[in-house]
Every structure is written in C-alpha cells, then in structure tokens.
Write a protein that binds this ligand. Structure first.
Ligand SMILES: Cc1cc2nc3c(=O)[nH]c(=O)nc-3n(C[C@H](O)[C@H](O)[C@H](O)COP(=O)(O)OP(=O)(O)OC[C@H]3O[C@@H](n4cnc5c(N)ncnc54)[C@H](O)[C@@H]3O)c2cc1C
Length: 819
C-alpha cells in the first residue's frame, strides 16, 4: 500500500467506490480506497437494487437522474455488465391527496428533466396485467398512477464492480481487508490514517462507511447524524401466473409501488421481491456496529411485514400462490430527514462525508459525481443544500437521531405534504417563550431542531394542522395574522436566527472580502450582504450591522447555523486579527412590525425613534424596558415599519410581556411563520435556501444593488464579471397567478411561455393576504422578465395563467418601512 495519497476514501460500498471512480474521472488518480472487509460487504451486497427516479427533493432528484444515466453507460465503458433492467416504475394512487403529491412531484421532475407520465387505471392494467384495480370495498380503488419509464433495478454488486473497474483503469487503487482504525492531523494539515495494513498520509479524506458512519465520525471528532434502521424484504418462489405471463411474451413488469400501503414489488427470477417500509422497524447500532456483525443480517420479522404482505396480495392476487423463499433483514443507513450527507464535514478542512444513504444504490452515481466535483473544483456544480451535512447541528444527539430515523423510515411512503411537521423527538429546542406561545394557540413546526410557531389558532379553533397541497384549515387565521401586521402591529419570535459577533482590527476587511456588498463603515448602519461561491452563486445571506468600531453583528438564517458558522470559522484570518463568536444561543429575537410598532416601542425606549434619530436600515445598542444591551435593528423581513429586538436571552419573558402590555391598546398580536411567508412574498423578499441558492448569482436574483464590483476583491467577483459580460441567463420575478381556487404555487413548479416552452421555475409561492393575490417567485429567461409579461405555471397538474408583477408589489416605494 502507498504511504501517501492525495485522497483516501474510507469504505468500499457502492458509494465509496463511486466516489473513487468520479475522483479518478476528474483526474485525481492519486486516490486510494480502503475497505475493512471486501467490496460491497456493508449494505450494498443485500440491497434490492431498485433505482427510483422519484424524489421530492430538487437536489436528490438531480443526483438520482445522473445515476440512472450513468449506469446505462457504464457497461460499455468498463466491459462489466450491471444487470440494469429498465422495467420502469409504477407508483399507484388510491386517494386524491396522493395524486396531488404526484402532480406536485411532476413539477420538480419537469424542472430537472426527468421523463414521467401520469396515467389512469386502464393504462395501469395495460402496463401491469396481473394487477387488481380494486373495487373500493375489499381493495381500495386505483385512481391513477405515476409512471417512470426510464428506471428499474440493477445488481448492486455488479454495479460496484463496474465502478471499481472504471476507477482502477484510471489509476486509482483499492485495498480490501484494510480497516482504518485511528486518525490524527499532522502539523502540516494532512490526515494521518492508521490502518490494519500500515499507515497512510492523505491530503483529503472521504468517509463513505455506510452503517459505520457514527464510529468513523468519532475518529474525526464528529457526531454524524446517521444511524441505521432495520429494513426487510421478502424473496418469493416462482409465481406460476408470472411465468405464464412472461412465457406468453409479456415484458418484465415495472417495479410496482403501492405507496398508500407502503410497499414495493418487483420481479426476481420469475418470482417476486416484496419490500415494505413498516412501522416498528428499530434503529440499530446507535453506538457503532459490533465487530461480530460483518456481513451478517438480522432475523426476519414476518409479523411486522404481514399487513403489507396482505395488502400486496389484495393488489396482486397471484402473490398468494407463491411460497416465501427468504427474508432479508439488513441495516439501512438513515438520517433524520431521510436525505444523505454529501459534502464537507464541519470543523475540519479537507474532510468529506458521503454517508447516510438509504437509497444508496440509486444515489451512488450522483453523490460521487457531485462530491468529486466539490473536492476537485472547490464547490459542487449543482445546489447541494438539501444534502449538505452542515444542514444539521449539534442538536442531533443519539436519542434524537434514533427517534427521527425510526420515524422517517416508517414514513417513507406517507404523503409528503408541503406543510407536514412530524411529531417525534419534539419539542427539543425551544425559545424561552415557547409555553407562552403555546398558550396563545401556537401550532408549532420544527426547523433545525427549533420549535417555531407556524400560526396561532384563535380561541375555539383546534390548534392543529390539516396538511394539504391546497389551502387548508389555517389559511384564514394566517391571513388575519398577516393583516394585523399590515394594519396594526404584530410580534414574530425569530429567536432561532443564526447570530455571530465579529470583532477585531481585521474584522471589516475580512468580512468585506467574503461578501459582494460593501460592509457598513458607519457605526449603526446595516447592510444586507451575500457571500458567494466562486462560481458567483449565492452561498449565504448575512444582515451585517456595525455595532461599534471594529465590531459587527452578523445575522443569518436559523437553519444555516452550522453551515454559516463553519464557513466563517474556516475563512477566518490566521493572524488573530478577527474574533468570531457564535451568539445564537445567547440572544433571542422578537420582530415588532406594523404601522403602530413605533408607538409600542416608544413606551419602552427612552431614545427617540423618529426617522431622523433612528432611520430605516440602522441599529442601536440600547435598553428596552428593563432589558439592557439590546441590539435594536430597524429592519424586518415582512416589509413594514418595525424593529428587530436582539436581546440577551434572559430578558425574553420580560420583553415579551412588556411588548404585549405596551401594545394592547394598538391591537398587538402574534404572527407565525406562515404569515411571515405571505408578507415577505408581497415584498418580493428572497428567502435563503429556496429563492437564494448557489444555483443563481445575485444578478439573476435581482440583487444588483447589493453587489459592489468596484469595492475591491471578494469571493465570486470574477464569475460575476464574466456573467455580466456574457449576459445574465435568468431573472428573478414576482408574479400573480390567476384563477387559483385552492392551490397556490409552493415552489418547484415549472414556468412556461404561452407556446408551452419551459422558461424557468418557481422557487416559492403563497397567497398575499394584503394584496389579495395568489403570488409566486421564481427565475425565468430575461426576455419574459418584464412587468406585465404573460406566462403560465403548472400547479398540481393544472396550467394557470400568470402575470409578471413589479418587484415588491406591496408598497413598492417602501413607504411603510420608512414611515
Ligand atoms: C434490505 C435492504 C434493501 C435495500 N434496497 C435498496 C434498493 O433497492 N435501492 C437502493 O438504492 N438502496 C437500497 N438499500 C440501501 C443501500 O443498500 C445502501 O444505501 C447502500 O448500499 C449504501 O452504500 P454505502 O457504500 O454507503 O454503504 P455500505 O455498502 O454499507 O458500505 C460501507 C463500507 O464501509 C466499510 N467500512 C466501514 N468502516 C470502515 C473503516 N473504518 N475502514 C475501512 N472500511 C470501513 C464497510 O465494511 C462497508 O463495506 C437497501 C438496504 C437494505 C438494508
């Protein structure tokens, strides 16, 4: 074995080997893979080999698409067959909400170019003659289906071998029976790996260790939020009916998924493989995989499977004539949201994760492709926020991950409503006034472990969501909250915001080199600043306030705490000229917004609040009521006169009570996240993570006024200059959707011109309660980005007319803000 390599991949499952293959493909041939046992010895050997293109995530959908395309090419390239059966994939629907889900998915599929068909029951029978369509009594009636003609199933071990061949042909090396047992960092920043076959130094390390992710992470000091869950499938004997159908010339049947009964069924040697996602599957190996496990499996648990077996027999009656040959029960890696962890680890340079794969056969190609790009080029080619390992934070302790993973597993096939909020492992992280909000009728959701009030049920209204793809039970109440902010005054608890203090002689120049806007130079000024990728895409959004000389207060999205904190830490100058402190947990945030907000605040603050003394986009370090050291910032995300109060957390209760006492005469009330969504859409405020992502530059996002090309160097500047010279390919627009009865846009819907050509995609949408318009935000080709331009959008399968509006259609001159 070599003693030095540019990159070492730990783990020889399909994901690790694909990563090695793609690194070699990109020219990093000084690459070594170490496998403790033999290739495919982890979960890969016993996987069922299904390759579903279906995925509700924009990022994961693109990774799966790449994989399916790659796997079709691999045999010709490597000479190794991979047994890719392109059978197609049929997902049944037996209720309207399921059809809504498929139609919502179709929007995503359209925007990423995945072919699909939405079909009716008769076409289902044509494709799948052995099926029982159901009479609505003993067997529920199939009302439609989603059909992917291009995917199917593959032999996972053969796929791994093909990738292995491709990697080795380019010079990469693979060492089996070589376990990595310890890691240290050399003074020069290389990784020193101790293995069962000697030591190796590496510039970069990729962890792709499947079920071992947590123990591998521990070697590097990381708490990786991936713990496997038991997953079973049944292998059946030959089916006489299937045999007869095939002998008569029938083609291999599409992989069948009856989502409403939570199972998949595919052909296997004239018999079947049936795989349920059942309730009660336990998480395993939370403290690490024991040495004895090796290539073993768990005992099959038929009782857990039986409800799904019975459901499958109702749908495919001939299944009852087949004997069960085997039950395969193996560990399958999971994460709390079910998506993998692909990208840089946190807290260390040149350490990469490709872990937590529950659809790893499907995702291996795409994850290897993008991770290799990230390592070699310094950033990925597509928006990877949905799988970035730093989307989780320190809140993902063992018990949290166990509970969430078990929940995610049993919910694989539930309808993925856009407003779904799952219950397990909650509440965990709460704002100090959580109980007060609950007493006010708050219906909570969870983001980055935090409980956030989505809306408030008035007295007599049940404080619960009815999840839907359409307007639901909370619509009217959210509207009242939004209107209160527009007409009176509202409070929003935004304590989860990510907050950093940056100070020291180098603070200003360091921040200035990170962001495209000019960092404020005058004490008290606030600037909205964007950190870009080297390709010019939007990486992060920071609201930066100059609090004092050499002292800045930096606020960003709550869900970006680790993502932003890690980035700031990694880019900090090494000369000690800047001190960075994460104060997320020590400061709470209340937004006070609405035309009467000044009247409320005036009762609690001695200093004048008029426009001369306290103009828009300024901040002051002051006292509010009894609370001291409050950063009072005249900004907000709802487009109203208002202030954000960033206060030492111990004052949360005092300030909350004081605001409500002072605001009583002005009709003060709470507003939740959904009201905020409605309000910010009316102002065309772009949301980091959905509207602002690395896929788009600030010019595409219409944030030109936050870019200062003449201020000196910053990350992404060259790319922006190039884009300006070549022409900006997309423009961000706000549009009104016409003829909406009950389904607003939500994001990820395709946008069309009037000749049926796709011209862009929506990134967000909802109803603007003050404007009384169904609104959408999104990116379209520049020629259509003109006020008044007529376009179309497809919402849940229905084409709707839409009109491009002026940016910030509510109060475009910002009179409210500056009042
Ligand atoms: C029953 C079942 C059915 C499934 N069906 C499907 C399916 O149909 N489609 C699909 O897409 N996915 C399926 N999966 C999931 C799929 O198997 C996994 O997502 C995939 O195999 C993960 O691959 P991996 O390379 O990440 O992990 P693994 O295959 O587990 O590989 C990790 C490797 O790392 C090695 N390793 C660990 N620690 C070290 C160390 N310290 N040093 C060196 N080597 C180390 C291990 O020995 C192992 O070989 C299924 C899973 C199960 C359990």
């Amino acid at each position: 074995m070599k003693t030095h390599a540019r990159v070492v991949v730990i783990g020889g499952g399909v994901v690790g080997v694909s990563t090695l293959y793609h690194l070699a493909l990109k020219g990093w041939t000084d690459a070594v893979l170490l496998e403790r046992s033999e290739l495919t010895a982890g979960s890969t050997w016993h996987a069922a080999g299904l390759l579903p293109l279906f995925n509700m995530s924009y990022t994961v959908g693109q990774l799966h698409k790449y994989s399916v395309d790659l796997y079709k090419r691999l045999p010709a390239e490597t000479g190794q067959d991979v047994s890719f059966h392109v059978t197609g994939n049929l997902r049944l629907a037996t209720c309207r909400e399921r059809m809504d889900e498929y139609r919502k998915y179709c929007g995503t599929a359209n925007t990423i170019g995945v072919p699909f068909q939405v079909i009716g029951p008769e076409q289902v029978r044509d494709l799948w003659p052995l099926i029982e369509l159901g009479d609505g009594a003993a067997t529920s009636k199939i009302i439609g289906a989603l059909y992917h003609p291009d995917d199917g199933h593959i032999a996972p071990a053969d796929l791994t071998m093909a990738l292995r061949k491709g990697a080795r042909a380019r010079g990469a090396q693979i060492h089996e029976q070589t376990e990595v047992t310890a890691v240290t960092r050399t003074p020069s920043g290389e990784w020193h790996l101790t293995t069962s076959k000697g030591n190796i130094l590496a510039e970069h390390v990729v962890c792709a260790t499947g079920n071992y992710a947590r123990q591998t992470g521990r070697m590097f000091g990381l708490n990786v939020p991936s713990i496997p869950v038991e997953h079973q499938y049944i292998v059946y004997d030959e089916s006489p009916e299937l045999k007869a159908y095939r002998r008569a010339g029938g083609r291999e049947l599409a992989v069948l998924r009856e989502s409403d009964q939570s199972y998949y069924l595919r052909e296997e040697r004239m018999g079947w493989i049936l795989g349920p996602y059942e309730a009660g599957a336990p998480a395993r190996f939370a403290d690490g995989v024991p040495d004895w496990f090796g290539k073993s499996l768990f005992e099959g648990d038929l009782d857990r499977l039986l409800p799904h077996v019975e459901a499958a027999q109702r749908r495919v009656p001939s299944l009852a004539n087949c004997g069960i040959k085997d039950i395969v029960n193996g560990p399958i890696a999971y994460t709390p949201d079910g998506s993998p962890l692909i990208g840089p680890a946190w807290g260390a340079r040149n350490l990469w994760l490709n872990e937590g794969h529950s659809f790893g056969i499907t995702a291996a190609g795409g994850s290897g492709w993008q991770l290799a790009e990230w390592i070699v080029e310094g950033e990925p080619g597509i928006d990877m926020l949905g799988v970035d390992p730093r989307r989780y934070g320190p809140y993902t302790g063992k018990r949290y991950v166990v509970q969430k993973n078990e929940e995610t597993y049993r919910n694989v096939f539930v309808i993925h409503f856009p407003d779904e909020e799952r219950a397990d492992a909650r509440p965990a992280k709460t704002s100090p006034v959580y109980d007060k909000l609950a007493r006010m009728g708050a219906v909570f959701g969870q983001r980055y472990g935090w409980e956030r009030a989505n809306w408030f049920a008035p007295a007599g209204v049940p404080a619960e969501d009815k999840w839907s793809f359409r307007r639901s039970n909370y619509f009217e109440h959210v509207g009242n909250e939004a209107l209160r902010v527009r007409q009176h005054v509202g409070v929003i608890d935004l304590t989860p915001f990510t907050k950093h203090e940056v100070s020291g002689p180098g603070a200003e120049s360091w921040l200035d080199g990170l962001v495209a806007n000019k960092v404020p130079t005058k004490i008290g000024r606030i600037a909205l600043c964007h950190a870009l990728t080297r390709r010019g895409g939007i990486r992060s959004e920071f609201t930066i306030t100059k609090i004092a000389e050499q002292h800045f207060y930096v606020v960003s999205a709550g869900a970006a705490e680790r993502y932003d904190s890690d980035y700031l830490q990694q880019t900090l100058p090494r000369d000690g000229s800047v001190t960075l402190q994460n104060v997320t947990m020590s400061r709470g945030v209340f937004v006070l917004a609405g035309p009467r907000s000044r009247d409320v605040l005036a009762k609690l603050v001695d200093a004048p609040l008029d426009n001369t003394a306290f103009p828009w986009l300024t901040g002051q370090l002051t006292e509010v009521g009894l609370a001291t050291e409050v950063y009072l910032l005249r900004v907000n995300f709802v487009g109203a006169l208002g202030w954000e109060l960033h206060f030492p957390i111990q004052y949360a209760h005092h300030l909350f009570d004081a605001l409500f006492a002072a605001g009583k005469e002005f009709n003060i009330g709470m507003a939740g996240m959904r009201a905020m969504e409605s309000l910010r859409l009316e102002k065309s405020y772009r949301m980091w993570g959905s509207d602002l992502t690395p896929d788009y530059t600030p010019y595409e996002a219409g944030l030109d006024r936050f870019v200062r090309l003449n201020k000196g160097g910053f990350i992404g500047k060259e790319a922006l200059e190039k884009q300006l010279a070549a022409g900006v390919p997309n423009r961000f627009v706000t549009f009104e959707v016409h003829g909406v009865k009950d389904a607003d846009a939500l994001g990820n819907e395709p946008l069309f011109d009037l000749k049926n050509n796709i011209i862009g995609r929506a990134t967000a949408g909802y109803y603007g309660h003050a404007l009384r318009k169904s609104l959408g935000l999104g990116y379209i080709k520049p020629e259509f980005a003109v006020v008044g331009s007529a376009i179309e959008i497809e919402i849940l399968g229905e084409r709707k007319r839409a009109t491009v509006l002026i940016d910030s259609p509510y109060d475009p001159e910002n009179r409210d803000l500056r009042a």
